[in-house]
Ligand binder design. Sequence first.
Ligand code: CAA
Length: 283
Amino acid sequence: MFQKIAVIGAGTMGNGIAHCFAQEGFNVHLIDVNAEQLIKALQAIRKNLDRQVTRGSISEEDSNAAYERISTFTQLESGVKDVQLVIEAASEDLQIKLNIFKALDAHAPKDCILASNTSSLSITTIASATARPDKVIGMHFMNPVPVMKLVEIINGYQTSEEVTRLITELCSRIKKIPATSKDYPGFIANRILMPMINEAISALHEGVGDVESIDTVMKLGMAHPMGPLQLADFIGLDICLNILRVLHDGFGNPRYAPSPLLVNLVAAGKLGVKTGEGFYKYE
Ligand code: CAA
């Protein structure tokens, strides 16, 4: 059923999602209101494809073919009018997502499935902006998308079983492994990941260990590829804070209250890799 898909938002997640679908033979419309962001996204995709060629995981010919399958659009209307699936990967702001889904409902074909890559916002609430809540679903990809195998599939309150089945099958076609979650704050991934990151920040704040010790314990002791503080920098401290707030508000449980050190770092503009400093400094 799926041949052509649209991705809304050309940031890190959007370009990674576009990359994966194009690599597996889908035509992809990458949509962003910001034309400059689209150019940057294409450059990032080219660089990541080249890296795969250098490492021998795909041929140069397949890499070029994948790149050619991606077209860019600045107008949502023209980008979604003939697709079978839209995956929204815009900012994690509920109002922005509600506006996008309202527009998608108006301009995407009636039987088109509308997915959100949200990491913690309610799929049921996002679906309420449309007249097709049975066709709205969460597809939560992990960063870096071309490398990470998981897609967390989130069923909203009204998502139909047929839509869940189609999206689950689609994940296999792009060589990802799906895991299904109900629609509660943080779903599965961030309900478990963010309290761990928050606890690592609290341990640092209380002086239990320094940055290096905390990350070394989790890397070498638990075989995590990155320690929790390095991972927080990689995800973005602002994003971690937002997700913790969604958990805290959603469950009303003080155990999800963000560490004051995290709040301070975000207020100081130290957001991790993207700003050059978080728990670590980056060149
Ligand atoms: N695109 C394509 N390929 C990439 C890539 C990218 N952006 N980044 C890395 N790679 C590939 C490399 O080419 C390499 O491929 P091969 O194994 O085929 O040679 C492989 O990934 C490993 O890369 P490196 O050797 O350069 O680096 P590394 O071994 O240090 O791994 C990492 C880097 C994959 C990022 C690893 O550190 C890791 O897995 N970190 C944890 C990532 C993680 O937890 N992500 C989830 C974050 S949470 C999230 O996304 C959701 C949320 O809601 C917050």
